[in-house]
Design a protein around this ligand. Structure first.
Ligand code: ADP
Ligand SMILES: Nc1ccn([C@@H]2O[C@H](COP(=O)(O)O)[C@@H](O)[C@H]2O)c(=O)n1
Length: 230
């Protein structure tokens, strides 16, 4: 393993395809890549009742525990493991469990605010902003939040109009200026293949030698079907 790791930040609006890209570009690299979803660093809200947690603005930077994220990212980059918090969207809170993340050749930091903190930006080697039209993003978000995050249509629309959209315009979209690359439409096969190639080059070793460019448009479409049982 090389120290420091090669660190990729993936930012962009909700539903842009950040998580999907992170998943696709890290296929077949095994344990050589660590994925850090910034959602895991939402502030612990155990002191609030569920009804109060439902009303929090989750699209404002202050909803996140930045100190913990900065600290844990630098620990990883110094070659030490971390105990990453985990998050449950259904209860709007952290879970009691943490996941041990070992230092790896490549670290992927992914979330709406991946490019918004100055200190974290300095730790990133490659800054990506995933740019997808707002109408596509809200359609994806409705589908995902209802199927995977225990929400209903009315709630998703209400939250989108009251906080998600205005906060996106005020805080998320402006971080595009920090990006090295802008990825249109989320997981497009050219971008996925280029990024996968870069990751395999950084990882090297056995995983690198085995790598083949297999993500065609058709293969990608198959992998983007939402499976309600997943
Ligand atoms: N390129 C794409 N084409 C079609 N659906 C996509 C694409 N990228 C993501 N999705 C779907 O949209 C939803 C949101 O994508 P996700 O990657 O979770 O976005 P983000 O992490 O940016 O919020 C998921 O259900 C995912 O399967
Ligand atoms: N309890 C929560 C916490 C966050 N959200 C929403 O998640 C979005 C960020 O995650 P993406 O995977 O969509 O990038 C953000 O827009 C928050 O509104 C939530 O709904 N509930």
């Amino acid at each position: 393993m090389s120290i420091p790791s090669f660190v990729i930040g993936i930012a962009g609006g909700t539903g842009a395809g950040k998580t999907t890209i992170a998943r696709l570009i890290t296929q077949n690299v095994g344990d050589s890549v660590a994925r850090i979803p910034i959602d895991n660093y939402y502030e612990d809200q155990s002191h609030l009742a569920l009804e109060e947690r439902e009303d929090v603005n989750y699209d404002h930077p202050s909803a996140f525990e930045w100190d913990l994220l900065r600290r844990q990212l630098s620990t990883l980059l110094e070659g030490q493991p971390i105990e990453m918090p985990t998050y449950d969207f259904e209860i709007h809170n952290r879970t009691d469990e943490t996941v041990r993340v070992e230092p790896t050749d490549v670290v992927i930091l992914e979330g709406i605010f991946a490019l918004s903190d100055e200190e974290i930006n300095e730790m990133l080697d490659l800054r990506l902003y995933v740019e997808t039209d707002a109408d596509v993003r809200i359609i994806r978000r409705i589908q995902r939040d209802v199927i995977e995050r225990g929400r209903d249509l009315e709630g998703v629309i209400e939250q989108y109009l009251s906080t998600v959209k205005p906060m996106h315009e005020q805080f998320v979209e402006p971080t595009k200026k920090h990006a090295d690359l802008i990825v249109p439409e989320g997981a497009n096969s050219v971008a996925v293949n280029l990024l996968a190639e870069k990751i395999h080059a950084e990882v090297g070793g056995a995983a690198g030698r085995d790598w083949e460019r297999t993500v065609t448009e058709e293969a990608l479409a198959d992998q983007l079907v939402v499976d309600p049982d997943e």
